[in-house]
Design a protein around this ligand. Structure first.
Ligand SMILES: C[S@@+](CC[C@H](N)C(=O)[O-])C[C@H]1O[C@@H](n2cnc3c(N)ncnc32)[C@H](O)[C@@H]1O
Length: 216
């Protein structure tokens, strides 16, 4: 539980842009983000990627699906700069960026049922048991993504940390809000972009857990 002073401080940090770019969505504590406000009117389908890294996954998806709007949350300034360069290179109109720690604010930022898909690929695994409470996928996170997704829509998760993969499976099992769409987990995800980070893990023969859950 955070005290009021800490929350105010975090909002202060999250409301500052790391650099100038027209692709950023500026956060305003008083106003929830309505994704359609940030894209052209043909775009009516919205995907949120948490921890987008260098942006390769979203860039590839956005190029293939020009009528889907992608909102990327990433806390690392340099990775966001790389992402902006790629958006400009491909002249993409369907990506917007938020520079914010998604463990600070997530539900507070968006109007309910804003998204058709939420993606979380390779979040920090927090391997030590005493740090598990820092893992993004936990009992509190599930109702948050439930409220942000539309009915029957999808949460995608990937991790190369076996302990975190099994922890996420157990956490979802305990919730009635989502059910697996297909297998409970798979080790190969077909027809989905692969980032440099993921390629490195595959080349090192790391087992990757992929989960797909559907909002009930
Ligand atoms: C291991 S990288 C994976 C990047 C990308 N998802 C991929 O598949 O290549 C994790 C990324 O998530 C970002 N990240 C981790 N925790 C975050 C948080 N709480 N809020 C925002 N970004 C976060 C990191 O800065 C990093 O870019």
């Amino acid at each position: 539980m955070r005290d009021r002073e800490t929350i105010d401080k975090l909002w202060g940090i999250a409301s500052r842009l790391p650099f100038e770019s027209k692709y950023f969505i500026e956060l305003n504590r008083e106003i929830k983000i309505i994704p359609s406000d940030y894209f052209e009117k043909e775009i009516q389908h919205f995907v949120l990627e948490l921890g987008s890294g260098w942006g390769e996954v979203a860039i590839e998806l956005a190029r293939k699906n020009p009528n889907t709007g992608y909102i990327l949350m990433e806390k690392n300034r340099d990775r966001l700069q790389v992402t902006v360069r790629e958006i400009e290179k491909y002249k993409l109109k369907n990506i917007r960026l938020i520079c914010c720690n998604f463990n600070w604010f997530l539900k507070e930022l968006f109007l309910e049922e804003s998204f058709h898909k939420i993606i979380l690929n390779f979040p920090d695994p927090w391997p030590k048991k005493k740090h598990w409470h820092n893992r993004t996928v936990n009992a509190e996170f599930i109702p948050v993504i439930y409220s942000l997704l539309q009915s029957k829509c999808i949460f995608l998760f990937a991790t190369d940390h076996g302990g975190y993969g099994r922890f996420a499976i157990r956490t979802f099992r305990k919730s009635v809000l989502f059910k697996p769409s297909g297998s409970e987990y798979i080790f190969i995800r077909k027809e989905f972009p692969i980032s440099k980070f993921e390629k490195e893990k595959q080349s090192a023969n790391k087992t990757i857990y992929y989960l797909e859950r559907e909002k009930q």
